[in-house]
Design a protein around this ligand. Structure first.
Ligand SMILES: *Cc1c(COP(=O)(O)O)cnc(C)c1O
Length: 456
């Protein structure tokens, strides 16, 4: 193996990003504004401030400021686990016999096991700075709740997590990590909130959904003095914080004069992908460079590839503002056998606009193909990947295999968002041959779509 590029490219502390990059500043077509569901008008800062921290509202609404300084406290926290390595996947390339050069940015090297800590620490910092007592949130599989509970314990903030009931019951370990960091964890839907009680009445025995847990967390935040709601994906502010992933990646690649041809990321709500591609998409928007950018989503929750670009609720209880995004409908829940994460019904407004403008592609993959890629990757590269991340691995492998056919030496960069140690039940199903692929029919998707709010 010719190894002029090291297996891992690290950055020195002095090379770490000091600012987050706000991709919106370079977008000609800005992402559509959040709308007040009552008035149908764009949400103003003062309408968002009862729900979100003030500084984060500013970041959310700012489409023009290109860079935001990373406060020193956050920068210092980042130093505990950043830079994350950019790895040249020499062993994977060899295994595939591809002339492609594959790199992955690994975000799983922290206790929360994913990139979510990058935004959790920022959101906790601004809550603390505002003098709040605590924050509320939802979590699905538990990565976001884990990241947020770590961040809150660092800044001594109370952290109340509504965890989708099915995960609460099936993933006790993540729940206990959260409690280790001092968070309180409630299975959702719960009887603690009005919206939870309503949902339980309408759907007794429901195992919950992200959209439903969001509604509960927002309700508690709004009703509790000194509390705000925080969200781990989808929002503009989260993509802003996650730009640290892309900025580090770009600095590392530039050090070796490497220019990627294809950049791939998995897409749930769009935060890791939005962060990874930010500086590259910026160059593309400014006409300085061109890249193929691919979002990968599960075939069982295909927001980009089979959703519609429309205003929709971010939550099931319809208490949140409306966001214009690629969506399957706010009451969409992936089939029960879906084990690969990325189960949110919508998508970041920023990525939705970029996709609609033809600046990026999207593709969907079946979960058995995803786990096959995960297992191959674990065996050759050593890291046991999160099912979510493995969507990106799948497509990176597929693109590398295309290069094998054509002989092209393309450079592929993908985001390896986290580790899968808490997802072994899903791996078990795969190993036992009990994992099936369910792809929603057009009729099913049309039924959800018919319930979208009618805007404009
Ligand atoms: C949450 C999560 C994702 C998906 O969220 P995005 O906001 O789309 O990035 C992907 N991978 C891991 C490991 C996660 O925890």
């Amino acid at each position: 193996m010719a190894q002029n590029v090291p297996y891992k490219i690290y950055l020195n502390e002095s090379e770490l990003p000091k600012q987050w990059y706000n991709l919106r500043a370079d977008m000609k077509n800005k992402p559509a504004p959040l709308l007040n569901p009552g008035t149908g008008k764009p949400m103003k800062a003062e309408e968002l401030e009862p729900v979100f921290c003030s500084e984060l509202v500013k970041q959310e609404l700012d489409n023009d400021t290109r860079f935001f300084d990373i406060p020193e406290e956050i920068f210092n926290f980042y130093k505990m686990y950043r830079p994350s390595p950019l790895v040249r996947a020499y062993f994977l390339e060899e295994k595939l016999g591809t002339p492609a050069k594959i790199y992955y940015k690994f975000e799983g090297n922290n206790t929360s096991g994913s990139h979510k800590l990058n935004s959790a620490i920022a959101q906790a910092y601004y809550a603390k700075k505002q003098g709040l007592k605590g924050v509320t949130t939802e979590t699905g599989a538990g990565q976001w709740g884990t990241a947020l509970s770590m961040a809150c314990s660092f800044f001594d903030l109370d952290c109340k997590v509504f965890m989708v009931k099915v995960s609460y019951e099936q993933k006790p370990f993540r729940r206990e990590v959260m409690r280790t960091y001092g968070a309180s964890v409630t299975p959702s839907p719960s009887t603690e909130t009005e919206v939870g009680r309503k949902i339980l009445e309408a759907h007794p025995g429901t195992t919950g959904s992200l959209g439903c847990a969001i509604s509960e967390a927002v309700e508690v935040a709004v009703k509790s003095e000194g509390y705000r709601y925080v969200l781990g994906s989808v929002l503009n502010q989260v993509l802003l914080h996650q730009s640290v992933i892309g900025l580090e990646t770009k600095t590392a690649l530039d050090k070796y004069g490497i220019k990627p041809d294809i950049i791939i990321g998995c897409a749930g709500g769009g935060s890791n992908l939005g962060g990874l591609i930010a500086p590259f998409m910026g160059e593309k928007l400014r006409g300085e460079a061109d890249y193929r950018i691919i979002a990968v989503e599960p075939a069982s929750c295909p927001s980009f590839t089979r959703g519609v670009y429309a205003y929709d609720f971010c939550d099931t209880g319809m208490v949140c503002p409306l966001a214009k995004m690629y969506t399957l409908g706010s009451d969409f829940i992936p089939s029960a056998n879906h084990a690969g994460g990325l189960r949110y019904h919508g998508m970041s407004s920023i990525l939705s606009q970029l996709y609609d403008d033809g600046l990026m592609e999207a593709t969907s993959v079946k979960q058995t193909d995803v786990f096959e890629a995960a297992e191959l990757f674990a065996r050759v590269e050593g890291i046991l990947p999160a099912p979510e991340s493995s969507h990106a691995i799948r497509v990176a492998i597929d693109e590398a295999l295309k290069c094998k056919e054509t002989g092209e030496e393309k450079t592929i960069v993908f985001g390896l968002t986290g580790t899968g140690y808490f997802d072994m039940v899903a791996y078990e199903k795969f190993h036992d041959g009990q994992m099936s692929d369910y792809i929603p029919t057009d009729d099913e998707l049309a039924a959800y779509r018919a319930r979208l709010p009618k805007i404009g």
